[in-house]
Design a protein around this ligand. Structure first.
Ligand code: BMA
Length: 828
């Protein structure tokens, strides 16, 4: 029988920096002034506790993060007392930690129970001998990892200085916490998971992992439950597994025998014609509750549930008729164009992330018309809530194992063994989620070995980890899931970031080359990272600069800026140069409001180019996944469309429009202008208006034709010669297209050829009127990037949009939004 005593709740913390504060011997001797301790909540972190106690400031704001640095250079003692019953004959006890961050030693009543240094898998230590009937004292010594790697090598892993300091590749925790281009250094420390005392006799239930399988041909679903349980006795023991689907009542019972020690027990059932799980926009997200119990005549040993879904996923990598291979996600036999961004840790302090933080971000991703998120390999395996929300909302998830950009010490046998435990744990934990479609070995390590400072052509030390060890674990634990060794990765022995094989990180643009018109030529099969820097929302930029000088270039600005400005392998201050190149504006001349608007115009335009280019190539290209969806803290400049305050950045709006179900894309290929109609939904018939638009307000060339947009496809709807455009002047004219369906405009696009600063923007005078729940915007000339809001905290129908001369732009405008206020536009 299993008894659980939760050890969550209030603990106390004390500190030692190697010189001052209490040392562990004194702590164990009970010779500690606990009356001076700070309260600490578990699950939680030292940073959270110290913020609550007023000892450190909120690291998100201004330069506060620097005042928090001593926390990661300190050894922490967590302590609490608890009451335990006397163990009955045959009973044993364990202390279970769901997560410890990072290097931790556990003591019960002064006795050492064990230690641990991996935030990505739990620790269970036996406490039978140390446990007392009555009051017990538990102490956990924990530090962020700096002491743990003190004696490790820093050479040979491709590290920059900050990562040499922490020896990041040795640390099994969030890699970006030691500093990344979009994140400051703030190494977490604490007990971020549940803690409990487990008492068992007979059989100890440990864990459950559930996988599903679906055959589209036989319309049959298969549920397989594997449960992990320890027979604590010396003799074999008979038991029964009960497997039930709550929604249908379908039940299977299986008699099993448990040998002494750990057992993996299996039970399965098949379902005729189960409801299917689809990504959002393609069908519903049917889920079933699988209930599993283990018992015998004397009672139940344990039980648990998992929510599953049935879908068949195939990554179609058949040869492409022209060159390379396709890389298309097919769900239930249907090709799905993947629209989304990269998901990075939601907070500098991971223990502050909860279900609602994920929910807000996922709902904003849906608002931006995304159906896909990549959980990036320098961050975390997200908490259960994240995957559950993705299951529920129909978001496809690409999950990297947490290895990124360095070489890892996988030739060290302890490291490798620990990583195997981690991978097995994570694969079992996430196996039942229908949203999870891809496991990937790492971020960019394969690419590094092909094209960065890694020794070219030499197998890197962790090669076997990604090519052999992880895929074997996956095959044993979750054989139905697609795996690839790295992102980007190309099969057939092609260089890892080849455009025409596998997935891509098209960083040719965005890292130094700011000319995002080059996206228009890129044929990537599955672009999985790529982006343009820009501002956060105005409130987030203000939070970043709080207490510092509120202007570009201040100390707080630099601290919250993306570190690309300082990289030595790209032009200095390249993101600043982007504003000069596109707008002829110098960042230091701008007010914060000007900066948020103008840098937002540039970033939004760049991301929209990225998305439109790949969507119009559907399914030669099968994704438009950009870098990155969300931020870890408020930034003066970052890659995101949603900032750390969960506000929409200016780039949110163009991204959202570019991801719309129906979309038009205007392209110039040599002397021809082509209009593509992109449609993720079922076939529609519509009217296409297209031609040349003079910015001043005339339409020198204009056509209207009936068009058909076939379902789940991109089609050329119209084309015309570009000669007239060249003659009339590309700085005064844009090519445009508007798609009108059932009397309303559903999509539009305007192609601008020169840099924005080269365009001859006319004066604009935009008017707006509200009637019957609609706001109508009008202008006599082309009004460029009309801005209604820089705060990003409201679900506006649109923002940063254009108004075409003489054609009203009509937006639904519920009363709850108040009067629409036009803050500014881009032309004079
Ligand atoms: C790629 C990513 C991240 C990084 C991003 C932007 O290398 O995988 O490591 O943050 O570029 O610099």
């Amino acid at each position: 029988m299993n008894k659980i005593i939760s050890l969550n709740g209030e603990w106390q913390i004390r500190w030692n920096d190697g010189e001052r504060g209490e040392r562990i011997a004194r702590v164990l001797a009970g010779d500690v002034k606990w009356n001076r301790a700070w309260p600490a909540n578990v699950p939680g972190s030292v940073h959270e506790s110290l913020i609550a106690a007023g000892v450190i400031p909120e690291p998100n704001l201004g330069t506060n993060v620097l005042a928090c640095r001593w926390v990661e250079e300190t050894i922490w003692y967590y302590r609490r007392t608890f009451e335990a019953p006397e163990l009955a004959a045959g009973e044993r006890a364990w202390v279970f930690f769901e997560s410890l961050d990072l290097a931790a030693s556990v003591y019960l009543n002064g006795k050492s129970l064990g230690s641990h240094a991996n935030a990505f898998h739990p620790l269970r230590v036996e406490a039978t001998d140390a446990l007392r009937a009555g009051t017990n004292e538990i102490v956990v010594q924990v530090e962020a990892g700096l002491f743990h790697t003190m004696d490790r090598a820093a050479d040979g892993y491709g590290l920059r200085l900050n990562h040499r300091l922490a020896k990041t590749p040795w640390l099994r925790k969030t890699q970006s916490q030691q500093g990344w281009d979009w994140s400051p250094r703030l190494m977490n420390v604490g007990i971020p998971g549940d803690v409990r005392l487990e008492i068992a006799s007979g059989v100890r239930w440990e864990n459950l992992s559930v996988t599903t399988d679906l055959s589209l041909e036989t319309k049959r679903g298969q549920v397989k439950a594997r449960l992990f349980a320890e027979n604590l006795g010396q003799a074999e023991l008979s038991a029964e597994i009960l497997l039930r689907i709550d929604e249908t009542g379908q039940t299977e019972r299986r008699q099993v025998t448990l040998a002494p020690g750990m057992n993996t027990l299996e039970a399965s059932l098949s379902m005729e014609n189960p409801g299917l799980w689809w990504p959002v926009g393609h069908g519903s997200q049917t889920r079933y509750t699988v209930r599993v119990e283990l018992h015998n005549a004397s009672g139940q040993f344990g039980g648990d549930t998992r929510r599953v879904g049935f879908r068949e996923v195939r990554i179609n990598q058949l040869p492409h008729p022209v060159e390379g291979r396709f890389f298309t996600v097919e769900v239930n036999g249907k090709p799905i164009f993947c629209k989304g961004g990269n998901y990075v840790p939601v907070d500098l302090i991971l223990s502050r992330i909860n279900r609602s933080r994920h929910e807000v971000l996922i709902d904003l991703a849906l608002e931006a018309n995304c159906n896909f998120l990549r959980v990036w390999g320098g961050g975390v395996y997200e908490g259960a809530d994240f995957y559950d929300l993705c299951d529920e909302r129909g978001i496809l998830v690409w999950q990297d194992f947490i290895f990124a950009c360095f070489k890892y010490p996988a030739t060290d046998e302890h490291f490798l063994a620990d990583v195997c435990v981690e991978a097995t744990h994570q694969v079992r934990r996430l196996a039942h989620h229908p949203s999870l479609i891809i496991w990937c070995g790492n971020n960019e390590i394969e690419w590094g070995s092909w094209e960065w400072e890694y020794e070219k052509g030499v197998a890197y030390p962790d090669y076997a980890l990604y090519h052999l060890v992880l895929p074997r674990i996956l095959r044993a634990e979750d054989p139905g899931r697609y795996y690839q060794p790295s992102s980007p990765f190309s099969p057939d022995g092609e260089t890892a970031n080849h455009n025409l094989w596998g997935d891509q990180h098209p960083w040719q643009v965005g890292f130094g080359d700011n000319d995002f018109r080059k996206y228009r030529e890129m044929p990537c099969r599955f672009p999985n990272e790529g982006g343009i820097l820009g501002p956060n929302s105005l409130p987030a930029v203000r939070a970043a600069l709080a207490g510092g000088e509120e202007k570009p270039g201040s100390f707080a600005w630099e601290l919250h800026d993306n570190s690309l400005t300082a990289w030595d392998n790209i032009p200095a201050y390249s993101p600043d140069l982007m504003l000069e190149q596109w707008l002829g504006k110098k960042v230091e001349d701008l007010t914060i409001e000007d900066y948020v608007y103008w840098a937002g115009v540039v970033q939004g335009s760049g991301l929209a180019e990225y998305i439109k280019n790949f969507r119009r190539r559907m399914f030669d290209s099968s994704a438009a996944v950009f870098w990155m969806l969300n931020d870890i803290w408020p930034c003066s400049r970052s890659w995101t469309i949603i900032d750390a305050l969960a506000n929409r950045t200016p780039a949110f709006w163009p991204v959202r429009r570019a991801f719309q179900r129906e979309s038009v894309v205007v392209v110039r290929e040599n002397d021809t202008v082509r209009i593509f109609g992109v449609n993720d939904g079922p076939e529609i018939e519509a009217e296409l208006h297209f031609g040349l638009l003079e910015l001043k307000g005339t339409y020198p060339f204009e056509r209207t034709i009936p068009v058909k947009l076939p379902g789940n496809a991109s089609t050329v709807l119209a084309e015309f010669s570009a000669t007239e455009w060249d003659t009339l002047g590309i700085t005064k004219h844009v090519a445009f297209a508007r798609l009108v369906h059932k009397g309303s405009e559903v999509a539009r696009d305007a192609l601008v050829l020169p840099f924005f600063r080269e365009m001859e923007w006319p004066q604009a005078n935009v008017g707006v009127e509200v009637a019957n729940g609609f706001a109508t915007f009008t202008s006599n000339s082309f009004a460029w990037r009309i801005c209604l809001d820089l705060d990003g905290d409201r679900p506006l129908p649109d923002n940063f949009f254009d108004v075409y001369p003489g054609i009203p732009t009509v937006l639904p405008w519920p009363e709850s939004l108040g009067e629409p206020k036009i803050l500014r536009w881009g032309n004079p």
